[in-house]
Write a protein that binds this ligand. Structure first.
Ligand code: AMP
Length: 283
C-alpha cells in the first residue's frame, strides 16, 4: 500500500494503472474509518484492480460552528484498516494541496440540495460537490463507491455525474449498522452511553415505517406519524425531520411506492444523526 499526499504523485500512480489497463475504484472518506467505510473498501476491491482511498476532512463542507476542529482523526488506525482491506493507494492531501487561498469556485445545486440536510447545513452540499468533483478530476476513477447512509449526498453526486458528464460509474453500498440497529457513523464517537441509547430511536423509527409499509400502508402522513411517534417519545432526542420523498429530487410524496426514500435526522445533545431506508428494498 502506498500513501501519497500530493496530486502529482497520485496522478503518477493513476497513469501507471492506465498504462497497465487496471480499473481504478475510488472510495472518498473523511477518515476515522469504521465498518461502514470498510464495506465500501471491500466493495471497491471487488469492482476494480486498483483501490484508491482518499482521506481528507474537507473544511468546505463544515458550516461555521460545526465540528470541523473536533471531527475524529486517527490516521494511523485508518492506514492499518486500509492495508488490511486491500487498499492500493491512500490519497491523504493536506489542506493546501486541495485548496489555494484565492480559490473561489463552488459547485452548487438546486432544490435537491436545498432541502433536508441542505436546509439544516447551509453550504454543506456545495462543499461536498466541490470536493468530490475535485477528487474525480484528480483520481479519474472508473468507479466510485459511496454509502447509502448519506442518501442526499449520493443523490446529488449522481446528479453531478449525470449533469456534468463525469465518466465514472457509481456504486452505492447499503448502510452498515451495529447489531442493535444504530447506523455506523464517525460521529457516534461523540455519544455518551445514554445518548447512544436515545440514538437507537432513529433506526427503530425506520424499522416501524418499513413494517407499516410491509402490511400495506401507503399514505406518507401515516408513515411519517409512525416514525415521529417513536422519535418524539425519546426525551434526549430532538427530531429535525422525517422525510418521505422521491429518490430523484428528494421531494415529498403524498403516497409511498417501492423506491420511496424515508430519511430522518435528529439531534442528540450537540450531535446530529441521520439515517434512511428505501421502501421495498429487500436489504
Ligand atoms: P465520511 O467519512 O463520513 O465522509 O463517509 C465516507 C463514505 O462512507 C460516504 O460515502 C458515506 O456514505 C459512507 N458511510 C458512512 N457511514 C456508513 C455506513 N454506516 N454504512 C455505509 N456507508 C457509510
Amino acid at each position: 500500500m502506498i500513501v501519497v499526499t500530493t496530486i502529482s504523485a497520485l496522478r503518477a500512480h493513476r497513469e501507471a494503472a492506465r498504462v497497465a489497463s487496471r480499473q481504478v475504484a475510488l472510495v472518498p472518506t473523511m477518515g476515522a474509518l469504521h465498518a461502514g467505510h470498510v464495506a465500501l473498501l471491500d466493495q471497491a476491491r471487488q469492482l476494480a484492480d486498483t483501490v484508491v482511498l482518499s482521506v481528507f476532512v474537507n473544511p468546505l463542507q463544515f458550516g461555521a460552528g460545526e465540528d470541523f476542529g473536533a471531527y475524529p482523526r486517527d490516521f494511523n488506525r485508518d492506514l492499518a484498516l486500509a492495508a488490511a482491506h486491500g487498499v492500493d493507494v491512500v490519497f491523504a492531501p493536506l489542506h493546501d494541496e486541495m485548496y489555494r487561498p484565492d480559490d473561489e469556485l463552488r459547485i452548487t445545486a438546486g432544490d435537491t440540495a436545498a432541502r433536508w440536510e441542505g436546509d439544516a447545513r447551509p453550504g454543506h452540499f456545495a462543499g461536498v460537490l466541490t470536493v468530490v468533483n475535485k477528487l474525480f478530476n484528480i483520481v479519474g476513477p472508473d468507479v466510485a463507491v459511496f454509502g447509502q447512509k448519506d442518501i442526499q449526498q449520493v443523490t446529488l453526486i449522481r446528479r453531478l455525474v449525470r449533469e456534468f458528464d463525469v465518466p465514472v460509474a457509481l456504486c452505492v453500498v447499503p448502510t452498515v449498522r451495529d447489531a442493535d440497529g444504530l447506523a455506523l457513523s464517525s460521529r457516534n464517537a461523540y455519544l455518551t452511553p445514554e445518548q447512544r441509547d436515545a440514538a437507537l430511536a432513529l433506526s427503530r423509527a425506520l424499522r416501524a415505517v418499513a413494517a407499516h409499509w410491509a402490511i400495506g400502508e401507503r399514505e406518507s402522513d401515516a408513515l411519517r406519524a409512525e416514525a415521529s411517534g417513536i422519535l418524539d417519545a425519546v426525551p434526549l432526542l430532538a427530531p429535525e425531520y422525517v422525510a418521505i420523498v422521491d429518490p430523484e429530487r428528494l421531494a415529498p410524496v403524498a403516497r409511498a411506492t417501492a423506491g420511496t426514500v424515508v430519511a430522518l435526522a435528529a439531534r442528540v445533545g450537540a450531535t446530529r444523526l441521520i439515517d434512511n431506508i428505501i421502501l421495498g428494498d429487500p436489504r
